[in-house]
Design a protein around this ligand. Structure first.
Ligand SMILES: [Zn+2]
Length: 440
């Protein structure tokens, strides 16, 4: 069950660079298929990656807020969400007026504790339910204690897997990237759910490899934004090689599946994902880039990278960024449907190619063993004959299937039969068919 992976990762205190994040990458290592050569890469704190600097490692020895002469209000050891992530150390006695600006609650969800992070602000704070906040005495003194540490190492960590097609990698076909951020303390749907779906897709592609000659599929599990910046800045050679990316985000809650399209808008991965969703999740939503928000596609589909990226998500959901984002939000059927859609999208995107004709005139089908008897199957017979009109080196197999209203794999079988007879050669799908003209 995909839910088992989510359940194992979700309780960990997964701030950007932390013990909890390391542990979740290790848990994931046991879930990624052996054929994915999963490994963990490290990026030293303080080092610059493009315009970013890798953050320091964060740990908390203890953190609590108490009423002077009274009881504890909140304690980090009860729930990591009580502390604003990356709070700087403090030990101070404060009046209500001095304290109030450091307290966070959710007006929309008064019984839940919100998750608040100040990764780059050198600030501190505590989070509590609105109900608890309202009950706090205004005329008392408070003691705030945060014993946190910022260390230079170990550095920021990213988990990477790579699944090759049957027969090994085909450098000409490049790579497809699947990415899910693995940070966010004690949040199940955001984004342990997507990490679980990513691992399930990797397992599917390892169990039933992509056809020979397909693109390889790279899996990236990283602290959101800064993690993909560190990784891509250190592997710029991957940018040209990566044909498309699929970003997975908050995907286990009960809601329709949504696809947020690439910044370019109508690229190969946009069209493939739309076709797969039409067939497998007809009630899905389709939105332009940044319509909801932008996760790691802001990096992967961003300035100087520009890899067409679609994001799959079931956002929005009411429990978002609160203590209510727990296993009750997660449904196995939602995870399975998402994994199925993502795997099929990746399978088509990775295995597609541009067939180019090596013949003139209509192929003498029966002489080459390609004839399909129209008396037995008129559709199949016509498809074999019409397909050859599209072998001009401009249309992918997916394009031809769409044009003829056929299933991709059925059309791929037909094109492969021409190819096996040496009548067609396979050209790679252009890496950026719409770049840069459509990049605004
Ligand atoms: Zn989030």
């Amino acid at each position: 069950m995909i839910k088992d992976i989510v359940a194992e990762i979700y309780p960990l205190d997964r701030t950007l660079v932390s013990e909890g994040l390391d542990r979740s990458l290790e848990v994931l290592g046991r879930r990624m298929p052996p054929g994915s050569s999963y490994r963990i890469e490290e990026f030293p704190a303080g080092k610059d990656y493009w315009t970013w600097t890798a953050p320091k490692r964060y740990s908390v020895r203890e953190a609590y807020l108490e009423v002077v002469g009274g009881g504890r209000v909140v304690d980090f050891k009860d729930d990591p969400l009580h502390l604003v992530s990356y709070s700087v150390p403090v030990d101070a006695v404060l009046s209500w007026e001095e304290l109030a600006g450091h307290l966070h609650y959710s007006a929309k969800r008064p019984a839940a504790v919100p998750w608040v992070f100040k990764y780059y602000d050198a600030a501190w704070g505590f989070c509590l339910s609105k109900d608890a906040y309202d009950r706090l005495p205004r005329d008392k003194k408070y003691r705030a204690v945060i014993r946190s540490e910022f260390a230079d190492g170990p550095g920021l960590k990213v988990g990477v897997g790579l699944v090759h097609p049957e027969g090994g990698p085909n450098p000409e076909a490049g790579e497809i990237l699947v990415s899910a951020h693995i940070c966010h303390p004690r949040q199940a749907n955001d984004n342990a759910s997507a990490v679980g779906v990513g691992a399930a897709v990797a397992a599917g592609l390892a169990a039933r490899p992509l056809p020979r000659g397909s693109a390889s599929v790279r899996f990236l599990f990283q602290p959101e934004t800064v993690g993909s910046v560190c990784y891509l800045a250190s592997h710029e050679e991957l940018i040209g090689r990566t044909r498309a990316a699929v970003i997975l985000e908050s995907i286990g809650n009960r809601n329709t599946l949504a696809v947020q399209r690439s910044w370019q808008g109508a690229t190969h991965i946009d069209r493939v994902s739309a076709a797969v969703l039409d067939r497998k999740a007809p009630d899905h939503r389709s939105l332009p880039a940044w319509a909801m928000f932008s996760a790691d596609e802001k990096v992967i589909n961003g300035p100087g990278v520009g890899v067409p990226s679609v994001m799959f998500t079931r956002y929005p959901y009411e429990e978002y960024h609160t203590t209510d984002d727990d296993m009750d939000v997660i449904h196995e059927d939602m995870l399975q449907e998402a994994a199925d859609v993502v795997e099929e999208t990746v399978r088509i995107a990775a295995s597609d190619y541009v067939p180019a004709r090596l013949f003139k005139g209509p192929v003498h089908l029966s002489k080459h063993g390609l004839w399909a008897d129209y008396r037995q199957d008129r559709e199949a017979s016509l498809a074999v004959q019409k397909a050859m009109l599209y072998f001009e080196g401009r249309h992918t197999v997916f394009d031809i299937a769409e044009a003829l209203g056929m299933d991709y794999w059925a059309m791929r079988g037909i094109v492969e039969s021409y190819r096996a007879k040496g009548l067609v050669e396979a050209l790679p799908v252009p890496a950026r068919p719409q770049d840069p003209a459509h990049f605004l």
